[in-house]
Design a protein around this ligand. Sequence first.
Ligand code: CP
Ligand code: NVA
Length: 308
Amino acid sequence: MRHFLDIHNVEPGVLRGILDQAKAMKDSRAGRPKGVEDDVQALAGRMVALLFEKPSTRTRVSFDVGVRQLGGKTLILSGNEIQLGHGETIADTARVLSRYVDLVMIRTFAEESLLELASHATVPVINGLTNRTHPCQVMADVMTFEEHRGPISGKKVVWVGDGNNVCASFLHAAGQFGFEMVVTGPEDLHPEAEFVDLARASGASVELDSDPVKAVSGADLVVADTWVSMHDSPAIKERRWTQLEPYQVNAELMAHAKSDALFMHCLPAHRGEEATDEVMDGPNSVIFDEAENRLHVQKAIMRWCLEL
Ligand code: CP
Ligand code: NVA
């Protein structure tokens, strides 16, 4: 079964193939209205369930549009509206959905839910974000970097702020694509050691540095994300503000990166908190390319999952 659960457990050659196919599909659609189907109707006759236990704009719309462009059909399910949100087990939900659909994408809280779904499903499962990782986002981000700056291998990527789920997938990607990763933030918000150790074991250089200026120096790419993620308790908001204010990505901090350093944010952003409008709307920001590339890369991920 070809599940797409995390970047570190898919072969680098497969990841590269997904990016190449995503780029080819993107190029082949250039200038066409979004509702026009692709020439290759890879998902014709296929049904895809998109299951959300957390809110989403990009993941929901990009998967839905992507499936339709490839000729397939979607069912968008919210955790609360199905029996899963009312006591039915993940395992039974997986077995039932597998009888109706060809592929399941899930956005959930605990990573265990994703893994349990995948272990009981008899169709491929794609991780659309858990509390721990967000692999589709980072595949789109690698694609975006390479579109603008060429191969990401050997480049210096600096994550600024909370060492969260998106940061974890960047660490997975550092090991698979061979880029250098520096994470800057307060020590207690550094990423889990498991992600750092795995990236290092895969040969990637990873540094954790609480000094944002030192960290960003010479960066090829600077990445920010929200200070409070969907799974975090709103009660920590004030504390996060105090902790992360020195890590705001503003023009002054960006000035320490390379002059052509790109800026990324997976969105949704809290403008004026983790990054200023000046940076988000500046000439080196590629935030909307990242959002667009979710569409193209996920189409390629679905094709890989279904061997189409
Ligand atoms: N970046 C991202 O996954 O956005 P959504 O939460 O809107 O899906
Ligand atoms: N770290 C964020 C990413 C949102 C796409 C969250 O989990 O809320």
